[in-house]
Design a binder for this molecule. Structure first.
Ligand code: 6PG
Length: 248
């Protein structure tokens, strides 16, 4: 995958750099069309970014009325459950910035069964996001993490959602986690203007090496199946980067 790569040894520098990049994308999008439509990543790595966005001078540079928050995926749990990606984002960011409630588009896991939840969220994307030239709802920015098994969002190895090329959101049973999830699909991620991967920890090193070494190989991980039309950037800590070098 062709991508810019930034590597940081010091965790604070990693977080600060990602927050500044988020601000760049915000400014570019508002200048272009007046709003900023961003899909948040779940897991633990983004928590630092969300904290920095809400508690530093960056927050004062953002017109939060223009920011529209979405989620790349969600565990099939209530919105106040400890495993909820929405709860993590609420606690680390949304409760601390004046983003209007109407601009927060969570995946409403309590609104029906998994397929109904996925369908409803797909309608949210269709009704609120600009469209790419191919007609697919287009985020200004999709934040993503990568798991040690090469999953991203909830696009896990050996799951049916990897073959989903029609729907923009789908439900998926993740046997590796013994749980259901709802996730945006490859078509939506591929259509985003910007994709920003936040990857930290030595447990990601082998996946990062495989996907970014540049050596010819057949795609093995879900993240390698992405065909992004927009700009892709990787922000890595040195633990995850291993022998990979920064590149523009
Ligand atoms: C989730 C995320 C998932 C995450 C990766 C990396 O809901 O867990 O969508 O794709 O980004 O598992 O997680 P960490 O950042 O915690 O390593």
């Amino acid at each position: 995958m062709r991508a810019e790569i930034k590597i940081y040894t010091v965790r604070q520098e990693f977080g600060a750099a990602v927050a500044e990049r988020w601000l760049d994308f915000y400014r570019e999008s508002v200048a272009e069309h007046g709003d900023f439509h961003v899909a948040l990543a779940g897991g633990s790595t983004p928590r630092q970014l969300y904290h920095l966005l809400s508690r530093t001078d960056i927050s004062r540079k953002v017109d939060w009325q223009r920011v529209h928050i979405y989620f790349g995926d969600e565990r099939f749990v209530p919105g106040d459950h400890p495993d909820s990606n929405f709860r993590m984002a609420r606690e680390s960011l949304l409760d601390h910035v004046p983003v209007p409630d109407a601009n927060i588009h969570r995946i409403e896991t309590e609104s029906g069964d998994m397929q109904e939840v996925a369908y409803r969220y797909e309608q949210v994307l269709v009704n609120h996001l600009p469209k790419a030239e191919n007609g697919v709802p287009r985020f200004d920015l999709v934040l993503l993490g990568i798991g040690p098994d090469g999953h991203t969002a909830s696009l896990f190895p050996d799951t049916d959602i990897l073959n989903q090329q029609e729907r923009y959101v789908d439900a998926v049973y993740v046997k590796q986690k013994s749980s259901w999830r709802v996730s945006i699909t490859f078509p939506v991620i591929n259509s985003a203007r910007h994709v920003l991967f936040l990857v930290a920890g030595a447990d990601k090193r082998s996946v990062v090496q495989q996907i970014l070494s540049g050596s010819p190989h057949s795609p093995q991980f879900p993240v390698e199946m992405l065909k992004p039309l927009g700009q892709v950037e990787f922000y890595l800590d040195s633990e995850a980067a291993g022998r990979i070098d920064s590149r523009d």
